[in-house]
Design a binder for this molecule. Structure first.
Ligand code: 8LQ
Length: 473
């Protein structure tokens, strides 16, 4: 059996056979029932460890009357109370700075990172040297599965400060023996410089958010560069929906002439690549032997059957500094268990993660995700690349308006073409989402582009009213 211990202690020099599509063939392709048995054993190890090292988990599980040794099946594990983001914040407020779920001495902390949000108390991540190495090994393994190889250049085009995404991609690339280029993002003029550097370095892999990959392509074209000239083979994305949304994924694959791989769950769950597609499998595989993921009913926190929708609940099987045990994400997805083209025997999220349940709104009884609107727009010729979703959550029902940019080509054709485009958008939204939206077409480049995660939803009754009047509706 390949290395699979708790705590892990990966051999830093290990590489698989260069011809193998797998880093750890056994772990990745084993009979899923056998894997589940081993996961249960690993869960017991991690729980016993967390109980011994953290007042947070002691309190939580004592209150629930749960002991690690009682977990004999995955169904038993569903009795374990979930951990919420709020509990982590509270724990850090009471026990600053890392909270009483830190399971290693503070002196073992090798890296400090934090959440990227701008509201509320941020969460601090204290990551031990051991965990840092484990994360690097996990990510190298998953990036191998994406088709990246030692010697490849990997260009990290995401903010290298309060964002675990960039750091996770960087240390995975380093462990994989790649030429890692921590380029970053977010400074003025940096996207144009990225275009220059990409042209010089011709990386095999590029990491960013999907929104930023689209932005980068726009800027490249402004600079007279065809993004295909970068010679990228794999674009791996995390941070927001997009990499598993066919219209967006296909558009980006087309623009760059490269393969798109969707990955990423939550910063707290670093190694966050544990949900990731592979070179041959679309959507996201759940690499269950690294982080055990349950897709659960958000009301009961119990697993839903394959084929159904639920919220992911995550459990670290290899972390020792701040292990998350049943951390509830608040996202929505659906999972399936099928034969995967790459031969890995993991469950899969065929459409990735749709977004946060909180971001969902209801229009005349239909649940709508912002990502579904992006999906429709990106699939339409003549779309200018950005939009805003305006919801008025005032009365008994939410109302929806969409401001969508048309592209320069449509602009050149004149007002009739723009009007026809608006009608097409409205018809498509209504056909695909089952809801009627007020659509207002706006000039190309009306909205700022992001170098991080797109923020497109505006919750505003007054703006909704004014758009409604503008459209005469
Ligand atoms: N989120 C993250 N990755 C997503 C994806 N591939 N598809 C859909 N939604 C996704 C550091 C990694 O990028 C993970 C990350 O972004 O962590 P954060 O910053 O803590 O944000 C977590 C949230 O981003 C998730 O709950 C998803 O809603 C979204």
């Amino acid at each position: 059996m390949e290395e699979w211990n708790f705590p892990p202690n990966y051999n830093k020099d290990y590489f698989p056979d260069p011809n193998s599509p797998y880093w750890f063939r056994d772990r990745e392709t084993m009979d899923p029932e056998k894997r589940d048995e081993l996961i249960v054993a690993r869960i017991r190890d991690v729980m016993a460890y967390a109980y011994d090292h953290s007042p947070f988990y002691q309190r939580k599980w004592d209150e629930a009357g749960i002991k690690a040794k009682d977990i004999r099946t995955l169904a038993d594990f569903e009795e374990v109370p979930v951990v919420t983001k709020q509990e982590l914040r509270d724990s850090q407020a009471k026990n600053p700075p890392f909270g009483d779920y830190l399971c290693c001495p503070e002196s073992d902390i090798h890296h400090i990172h934090g959440t990227s949000g701008t509201t509320g108390r941020p969460t601090a991540f204290g990551i031990s040297r051991r965990d840092w190495d484990t994360i690097a090994n996990n990510h190298a393994r998953i990036m191998w599965g994406m088709g990246l190889r030692p010697g490849d250049t990997v260009f990290v085009a995401a903010i290298l400060s309060l964002y675990m995404g960039s750091w996770g991609a960087l240390i995975g690339a380093e462990r994989l023996g790649c030429k890692a280029f921590p380029f970053g993002a977010g400074a003025p003029g940096m996207t144009a410089r990225a275009v220059t550097w990409l042209g010089m370095m011709k990386p095999a892999g590029l990491y960013s958010t999907p929104s930023y990959a689209l932005r980068l392509a726009e800027v490249a074209r402004e600079e007279g560069v065809d993004p295909k000239e970068f010679g990228i083979k794999v674009l791996f994305f995390s941070g927001e929906p997009g990499g598993s949304i066919p219209s967006i994924r296909d558009k980006i694959q087309d623009i760059y002439g490269a393969k798109v791989v969707d990955c990423g769950t939550m910063a707290e769950l670093t190694p966050w690549m544990h949900a990731s597609g592979s070179a041959d499998t679309e959507g996201m595989l759940l690499w269950q032997d690294i982080v055990y993921t349950e897709v659960a009913d958000p009301n009961t926190n119990r697993r839903v059957p394959y084929g159904e929708q639920g919220t992911p609940i995550y459990t670290h099987l290899e972390r020792t500094s701040q292990p998350m045990i049943r951390m509830v994400s608040g996202d929505l997805t659906h999972w399936v268990m099928e034969d995967n083209p790459c031969g890995r025997t993991y469950p899969r999220l065929p459409k990735g993660i749709y977004g946060r349940i909180d971001d969902m709104f209801q229009i005349r009884g239909e649940n709508v995700y912002p990502s579904a609107i992006a999906e429709v727009l990106e699939g339409l010729a003549g779309y200018g690349g950005e939009h805003r979703i305006i919801i008025s959550r005032g009365g008994s029902m939410d109302e929806l308006a969409v401001q969508a940019e048309f592209d320069q080509e449509t602009a050149n054709k004149g007002p009739d073409a723009v009007k026809a485009m608006g009608e097409r958008v409205e018809a498509e939204l209504s056909r695909v989402l089952g809801v009627r939206a007020r659509v207002v077409m706006v000039e190309p480049d009306t909205f700022p582009r992001t170098d991080f995660k797109a923020q497109r939803v505006v919750d505003d009754r007054d703006l909704y009213q004014s758009l409604n009047q503008k459209r005469g509706g």
